[in-house]
Design a protein around this ligand. Structure first.
Ligand SMILES: Nc1ncnc2c1ncn2[C@@H]1O[C@H](COP(=O)(O)OP(=O)(O)O)[C@@H](O)[C@H]1O
Ligand SMILES: C[C@@](O)(CCOP(=O)(O)O)CC(=O)O
Ligand SMILES: [Mg+2]
Length: 333
């Protein structure tokens, strides 16, 4: 039997990092997906075929009769830690120890703030649980995805695996979520081409918080207030233009607060300011930062903002919100 599952990427519209400290956040699934095949194998091992992961350098030594390959096996093992932990959690949940092979292909850039870690964990959990005959709800998959991120990152709010499992447009706070009415958000995502490690960036904010709690706490509190105001605006019956103006203003404030936490970079800020100068109503980092992606709210200006992002050295992506979260694509008996 073989099972194919997929899960979407996400953008955090407001509240990244502060959501780790129990504040709310708003995120949406977008139409880039990770696909995972799962099947049993006979050797009793966990086998992971990660087709998109680049190995960290390779040394080959050979003689007449022998050839040896060497790479940074520690880094290679680390890069597969989300998948490995996800599989172990499902095997534990099913109370089975079986040889499982997973094969992964993904449309989501790694370390770009689009939740590639959560999407790969959720799709792996979806495929392996289905293979083992475990009928998990999307909420149960999200919880196992959150556990996976906690095991690998040390800290995780759970918003990424929740949005990836459930899909759509969610208001998330301390492990619970509510679905927000889908509003057509004319956004442009800008990818810097560099990546940031969520584990390292979350740890960096944690260090600042522990060293200067009186300074960091008010920043996190303000971020929480920004998100509450954004939810109020999204739910209000203002006309679209007013909503977009207010949301753009809140995005810019959120970006400044993230900059104060030290998670922005020059390339991210270059794309943010280029977008604003090209007419975006708001632009901010999305995800952990340290590289990765930003996004801009650009009603009627998506192509101008996309061009400005390209001129500023970024890669623009015009994406849509995906209603669908985890999807079992195929079951081959
Ligand atoms: N296609 C993939 N195959 C295997 N592991 C992946 C894949 N995509 C992402 N990952 C895992 O997720 C990590 C990136 O997660 P993270 O640092 O949270 O960045 P983000 O979630 O913003 O993409 C990668 O280093 C790797 O461990
Ligand atoms: C920084 C954070 O708020 C979001 C991380 O998003 P990503 O891994 O960069 O896609 C961490 C979390 O919420 O678990
Ligand atoms: Mg991540």
């Amino acid at each position: 039997m073989r099972v194919l599952a997929s899960a979407p990427a996400k953008i955090i519209l407001f509240g990244e990092h502060s959501v780790v400290y129990g504040k709310p956040a708003i995120a949406a699934a977008i139409d880039l997906r990770t696909y995972v095949w799962a099947e049993f194998n006979k050797n009793g091992r966990i086998r992971i075929e990660a087709k998109d992961i680049k190995i960290p350098g390779l040394t080959v030594s050979f003689s007449e009769s022998e050839i040896y390959f060497e790479t940074d096996y520690g880094k290679a093992a680390e890069v597969l830690s989300y998948v490995r932990e996800a599989i172990n959690l499902v095997l534990e949940e099913a109370g089975k120890q079986k040889g499982v092979t997973v094969s992964i292909t993904s449309q989501i850039p790694v370390g770009a703030g689009l939740g590639s870690s959560a999407a790969v964990a959720v799709a792996t959990i979806g495929a392996v649980s289905k293979l083992l005959g475990l009928e998990l709800t999307k909420e149960e998959v999200a919880k196992l995805g959150h556990k996976t991120e906690l095991l690998v990152q040390g800290a995780s709010s759970g918003i990424d695996p929740t949005v990836s499992a459930i899909g759509g447009f969610l208001y998330y706070e301390k492990g619970t979520f509510e679905e927000l009415p889908a509003i057509e958000l004319p956004i442009v995502v800008g990818y810097t081409g560099s990546s940031g490690s969520t584990k390292e960036l979350v740890a960096k904010v944690r260090r600042s918080f522990e060293e200067m709690p009186d300074i960091i706490t008010p920043i996190l509190n303000s971020m929480g207030k920004v998100v509450e105001k954004a939810k109020e605006v999204i739910l209000a019956d203002y006309d679209k233009e007013i909503k977009f103006q207010l949301l753009g203003q809140l995005m810019n404030i959120n970006h400044g607060l993230l900059d104060a936490l030290g998670v922005s970079t020059k390339s991210l800020s270059d794309l943010v300011y280029a977008s604003r100068e090209a007419g975006a109503l708001g632009a901010k980092i999305t995800g952990a930062g340290g590289g990765g992606c930003m996004y801009a709210l650009a009603p009627g200006k998506q192509s101008e903002v996309a061009t400005a992002i390209k001129i500023a050295g970024g890669m623009p992506m015009i994406t849509k919100i995906s209603r669908e979260g985890l999807r079992i694509e195929e079951v081959e008996e």
